[in-house]
Design a protein around this ligand. Structure first.
Ligand SMILES: Nc1nc2c(c(=O)[nH]1)N[C@H]1C(S)=C(S)[C@@H](COP(=O)(O)OP(=O)(O)OC[C@H]3O[C@@H](n4cnc5c(=O)[nH]c(N)nc54)[C@H](O)[C@@H]3O)O[C@H]1N2
Ligand SMILES: Nc1nc2c(c(=O)[nH]1)N[C@H]1C(S)=C(S)[C@@H](COP(=O)(O)OP(=O)(O)OC[C@H]3O[C@@H](n4cnc5c(=O)[nH]c(N)nc54)[C@H](O)[C@@H]3O)O[C@H]1N2
Ligand code: SF4
Ligand SMILES: [Mo]
Length: 768
């Protein structure tokens, strides 16, 4: 007998609603939930493979504990005993910073990852926090922190209403979108075009998204900040600046004009390899559009000027009056956002409150660069203790961060390491204890993070589609127990973690004059919470105190968990709406358009005017049927075009004597790898592209299929030294590499001659 169950897809940022077919306790099918208020039936090949991802036989079923050097299956009790016994002595002897915490990407895709790591960090008080944010979007956080006073206030393009989208360094047709949660991103882009809107894509590769665009500009990697600065200069030169309704909320417009004056289109044309006239046209088109949005993602963040580029994106949105405006870029308002406080000055955003021990790199948003993790473990200094123990939750930095070989060795040298991970992978194989969460079908889901980045305000919650299998522990409980074990409270009731958070939140809320529960009795409020579990009660609490909440009776029509449960396909909360000045938390209470740290970084951008790459540079790419490093163990998602090949332009291939399909050696500062060439004009000349997350050939992992799939770790080409200085974000794109033909295996079949793509798409690209 089969039944169906709803589950929000956790496999990418689009958060599609799925209808799962369940037979017994096994998910045997997945289709798009047509009634989902947000995704309306959309599904992609990854979502369709939910069942295979969920029931992968290589997922760990019990905890593993290392005894005599070998990881063996253990009970949960043995595992948490080992965690407490491993972590506490390190903290007690060497202090809080000797315990590092590494948080990976799937934490934003689980309820556990949203609710418990903040509690862990608050209790541990360690400054050794490393997350995937510093190989991803940290530049955007820093830019938002400086501009708006809130690192999490990230404007999102109003995809469904804009008339003009300038999309930079993103490929949502493969990634399904990022920092812009939009189920069916491809359909929404097509709708933009269908209503007469314009799509411009800036990307060194002619991606699927670029092929959909009205205009594609194949910029030189790493040069976006220059190009955007020149667009700003054109707006000023040609008197196109018009802040519209934003004027009273913005300070520093004149300073920006003065600071960027020398970045003219003519000055940046060569380093960007884009015609000055094309840059002028971009600025004019943006200013002329009735409603436009500039949106940039990973290609503009993971570069040497990532923070400047992220800042310039919003400077352009602001100077054209498109920030906080329907059809422009707006601040979403999620149902679990804090109770909005009245507008007014805030504390602002501080950078560099502490520094990494070895390279003295500044913290950003409480984090140290993931690129510095290996050296913080393996390098002794006079001041302070190295990281001697690690808590790793949902992260695989051996593949996802620079120089995995060095990190491999560093992890091996730790006194103790615990991983919360469903797989024995490249990173978790170093752990002394592995705590496996259940598969997603057995976990509840709500998107705490992505609803704050969604193109439409809405709220959805799905309970576990399948009950926990015997012997499994919910990831929420795993993390609650881990918090207790790490903080000297091993053995206490894990429910106490949720109760404490609830009590503290209510105690604060009743004292806030703007809270709907101001002056009430926190115990009485706590008793009103519903939900079957601690995490559900915490969700109820957040919903009720949130911007749409019932305020515990103050707004009887408002949201509660019960009301949400009565709407299994979610509740639509309407389109994005203007919110300024409320979200601003700068010291001035205004948008601070030229923050001091940004101004201090501009000389570095000035120096870049004279820089030209001496040889080839490397960029990444994503494939629809892949996701970072952890989905390569599902046969349905590997193979075909999802392959780890080096894209190289026919001109470069010819010059270097590289044939299509033949092995090529790629050398970078951190090492070298050999991958098959794919000669294609999808990359511009001077640029090669290799995807990340591959190279599953290390010993000691337990991902049988992944280990057989050919591929190499692109991040081995990096040595971790290249960073965006303001954010500490790794430079993963525009990296200088040397490429040469590798000796072919004896007897190898002759390589297929290169067939460049038909030149039809070439007309999209004014510059190649
Ligand atoms: N060269 C290059 N490198 C990159 C990038 C790039 O574009 N180019 N992209 C970067 C980006 S944007 C990111 S976000 C990072 C991602 O890098 P990471 O944050 O390291 O994420 P993944 O590689 O996806 O590894 C996720 C780990 O979580 C585990 N996992 C999966 N599901 C769950 C779950 O439900 N619970 C728990 N506890 N664990 C789970 C997986 O088994 C895996 O071990 O990679 C970065 N690295
Ligand atoms: N299928 C799939 N989906 C995913 C993921 C995945 O691994 N696979 N990962 C998820 C994660 S963690 C994230 S963060 C998002 C990322 O989502 P996106 O930001 O859309 O990621 P990419 O598809 O890598 O697109 C980045 C683009 O930037 C281009 N680029 C490189 N360097 C430069 C440059 O200097 N300037 C400009 N203008 N462009 C440049 C690259 O050619 C590439 O096409 O995707 C998420 N979704
Ligand atoms: S687009 Fe993302 S969220 Fe939607 S089905 Fe595909 S993987 Fe899942
Ligand atoms: Mo990411």
């Amino acid at each position: 007998m089969s039944r169906t169950a709803l589950r929000i897809c956790p496999l990418c940022e689009a958060t599609c609603g799925l209808t799962l077919t369940v037979e017994g306790s096994r998910v045997t099918g997945a289709r798009g939930d047509r009634e989902d208020v947000f995704s309306k039936g959309f599904i992609c090949p990854k979502g369709a493979a939910f069942g295979a991802v969920d029931s992968d036989p290589d997922r760990l079923r019990t905890p593993l504990v290392r005894t005599d050097g070998v990881l063996r299956e253990a009970t949960w009790e043995e595992a948490f005993d080992a965690v407490a016994a491993g972590l506490r002595p390190v903290v007690e002897r060497y202090g809080p910073d000797s315990l590092g915490v590494v948080l990976g990407n799937p934490n934003v895709h689980t309820m556990a990852g949203a609710l418990y790591p903040p509690v862990l960090l608050g209790a541990l008080r360690t400054r050794s926090l490393f997350t995937a944010s510093t190989v991803d979007q940290m530049p955007k956080h820093v830019s938002s922190g400086l501009l708006f006073g809130d690192a999490n206030a990230i404007p999102v393009p109003d995809l469904d209403h804009t008339g003009h989208l300038l999309l930079i360094g993103a490929n949502p047709l493969e990634s399904n979108g990022s920092l812009c949660t939009a189920p069916d991103f491809p359909g929404r882009l097509k709708a933009l075009k269908a209503r007469g809107g314009r799509l411009t894509v800036i990307d060194p590769r002619r991606t699927r998204t670029a092929r959909l665009a009205d205009l594609h500009i194949a910029v030189r990697p790493g040069a976006d900040a220059l190009l955007l600065a020149a667009m700003v200069t054109v707006l000023f030169e040609e008197d196109l600046v018009d802040l519209r309704d934003l004027a009273p909320h913005v300070q520093g417009v004149g300073q920006v004009r003065d600071a960027l004056r020398e970045f003219t289109p003519e000055a940046v044309a060569e380093p960007c390899d884009v015609d000055a006239a094309a840059i002028r046209a971009l600025a004019r088109d943006l200013a002329a559009a009735p409603a436009a949005a500039v949106y940039a993602r990973i290609g503009s963040c993971t570069v040497p000027h990532g923070t400047l580029a992220s800042w310039l994106v919003d400077v352009l949105n602001i100077l054209t009056g498109n920030l906080d405006r329907p059809g422009g870029a707006l601040f979403p308002q999620a149902a679990t956002d804090r109770t909005p406080r009245p507008a007014g000055p805030g504390h602002g955003f501080a950078l560099g409150r502490w520094h990494s021990r070895v390279r003295r790199l500044p913290e950003a948003k409480g984090e140290l660069p993931l690129s510095a993790l290996a050296q913080e473990i393996d390098t002794a200094t006079e001041d302070g203790e190295p990281v001697r123990a690690l808590v790793v939750v949902a992260a695989n930095p051996v593949l996802s961060a620079p120089d995995g070989d060095r990190l491999d060795k560093a992890l091996e040298s730790l006194d103790f390491m615990v991983s919360v991970d469903p797989y024995l992978g490249e990173t978790s194989r170093h752990a002394d204890v592995v705590l496996p969460p259940p598969p997603p079908s057995q976990s509840p889901h709500h998107d705490f993070a992505f609803n704050t980045l969604a193109v439409r305000n809405q709220v959805r919650y799905t309970r576990p589609a399948v009950p926990l299998e015997p012997g499994r522990m919910a990831e929420t409980e795993i993390l609650a127990r881990l918090i207790l074990a790490a903080t000297g409270m091993h053995g206490a009731d894990p429910a106490a973690v949720d109760t404490t958070v609830i009590d503290q939140t209510l105690a604060q809320a009743v004292q806030q004059p703007h809270s709907p529960v101001h002056g009430r009795d926190p115990r009485e409020l706590a008793a009103l919470l519903t939900g079957d579990t601690g995490p559900e009660r915490r969700l109820d609490l957040m919903l009720r105190l949130g911007p749409y909440g019932d305020g515990f009776g103050a707004r009887p029509d408002g949201l509660t968990l019960d009301r949400l449960l009565a709407h299994p396909h979610g509740i639509d909360l309407g389109p994005l709406r203007p919110r300024l000045p409320q979200p601003l938390k700068t010291v001035s209470g205004q948008v601070e358009l030229l923050p001091a740290p940004i101004a201090a970084d501009l000389p570095r951008l000035r120096a870049a005017l004279a820089e030209r790459p001496a040889g080839l540079v490397l960029v990444g790419r994503r494939h629809l049927r892949s996701n970072n490093s952890w989905m390569h163990n599902v046969p349905a998602l590997t193979g075909g075009t999802n392959r780890c090949t080096l894209h190289i332009h026919p001109r470069d291939a010819e010059r270097l004597g590289i044939r299509d399909g033949a092995p090529v050696r790629v050398k970078g500062a951190g090492g070298e790898v050999t991958a098959p060439a794919e000669v294609t004009d999808l990359v511009r000349p001077g640029v090669v592209s290799l995807p990340h997350g591959w190279g599953h050939d290390r010993p000691g992992t337990r991902q049988g299929h992944a280990a057989t799939v050919p591929g190499v770790n692109v991040n081995q080409l990096l040595d971790g030294s290249l960073l965006d200085p303001l954010s500490g974000n790794a430079v993963l794109n525009g990296v200088p590499v040397a490429v040469s033909a590798a000796p072919e295996a004896p007897g190898a079949a002759p390589a297929v001659p290169a067939v460049p793509e038909a030149p039809v798409a070439e007309k999209l690209s004014p510059v190649t």
